[in-house]
Structure formats: C-alpha cells, structure tokens
Design a binder for this molecule. Sequence first.
Ligand code: SF4
Length: 61
Amino acid sequence: MCPYSAIERGEDRKAVVNAVLCKGCGTCVATCPELAIDIHHYSNEQLYQQAIALIKNGGGA
Ligand code: SF4
C-alpha cells in the first residue's frame, strides 16, 4: 500500500519501514488489517489524548 515503497522485508522476513523513504503519509496505518503500524508521535492513543485535551480547553489555542 505504501505509495513511496518505503516498506521492505528485513532479514528475518518481517516488514520494516525505511525511514529515509517514508513520508509519513499514514496510508499504511489506515490500511493495516492488524493495526500493527503507528507513525512516530501519532499513535492512536496520542491522537486520542490530543483530542481530549483540545475538548477540555474549549478548542482554543
Ligand atoms: S507512512 Fe506508511 S505508507 Fe506512508 S510513506 Fe511511510 S511507510 Fe509508506
């Protein structure tokens, strides 16, 4: 699914993201059927906590 071909197979045959090629688009996160991928600093839990903080602060900056 990666439009930048950033996902490769490591020596142990497991998928590995090439950080040089990855653009952080999130396609792999949205399409992984096993929910096995997170983008650094944008895990589901981190996004959830950001949304909660935004709601608690009334949406202002
Ligand atoms: S976030 Fe995922 S799909 Fe997007 S470039 Fe990086 S590895 Fe590829």
